[in-house]
Design a protein around this ligand. Sequence first.
Ligand SMILES: NC(=O)c1ccc[n+]([C@@H]2O[C@H](COP(=O)([O-])OP(=O)(O)OC[C@H]3O[C@@H](n4cnc5c(N)ncnc54)[C@H](OP(=O)(O)O)[C@@H]3O)[C@@H](O)[C@H]2O)c1
Length: 231
Amino acid sequence: MRKHLLITGANRGIGLTFVKAYLSAGWQVTACCRSPNDADKLLSLKSVYQKLTIVKLDLDELDNISLDSLNLPEESFDLVIHNAGYYGPKGVSFGQVNLGEWRKVLEINTLGPLFITNLLYPKLNLTQGCTLAFISSKVGSMADNGSGGGYYYRSSKAALNAVVKSLSIDLATDGVKSVALHPGWVLTDMGGPNALIDTETSVQGMMQVIDKLSFEQSGSFIDYQGKTIPW
Ligand SMILES: NC(=O)c1ccc[n+]([C@@H]2O[C@H](COP(=O)([O-])OP(=O)(O)OC[C@H]3O[C@@H](n4cnc5c(N)ncnc54)[C@H](OP(=O)(O)O)[C@@H]3O)[C@@H](O)[C@H]2O)c1
């Protein structure tokens, strides 16, 4: 049977490249984005791949989202990739933190992924086994933080990593694996023009990590090259 992926932030950047790669590999894909009617690249893929469903999901509006409101396909999910992310304003130093901006980054990067995981739980393929992949960032690693700053984004990804670790324990008896992934420094709107790798290199690497993920690796923090990142 065809495997089924649900992915957030699917209209551009790393998310869009994941969509293309899993469709080419023969998967059914449910691609979530904020504005389906304006998602031109997804809409043109939809004209080629019948097994692509585009779903509206805005992580700024968690209070208004229910499983019914998402209007998802009937088939359960073998893989969920929580990819949508938001950096927030750049260059915010100590003393400049704006609570509203920080809340927004946390809402999208941390609260959203756990909230959506809760909603999707009845739709996970627990019979065949399911993987939850969370696109985190190395800058959420305490061990890697040698330069300070980045309060909003660092804290949101560090907290996401804590969520992933707990899910790996809480859902282990359901046969669900959870992993936090660092995509590398990637050429996207977020990564900027000085980034080191393209989205294809990042996504091919992460797909291999996801594909080979063992239960022993569930709950760990791994980069696109398969290297474990210290918390
Ligand atoms: N690029 C890097 O170097 C890098 C490094 C480490 C980690 N990451 C992580 O990788 C993931 C993908 O990043 P990217 O580089 O592909 O970034 P990107 O090009 O900026 O794309 C971000 C995606 O997230 C979506 N998004 C933003 N706010 C949202 C919201 N409120 N609700 C739903 N979706 C929302 C965007 O949708 P709209 O088009 O509607 O805004 C877009 O699809 C993120 O989690 C990011 O933190 C990236």
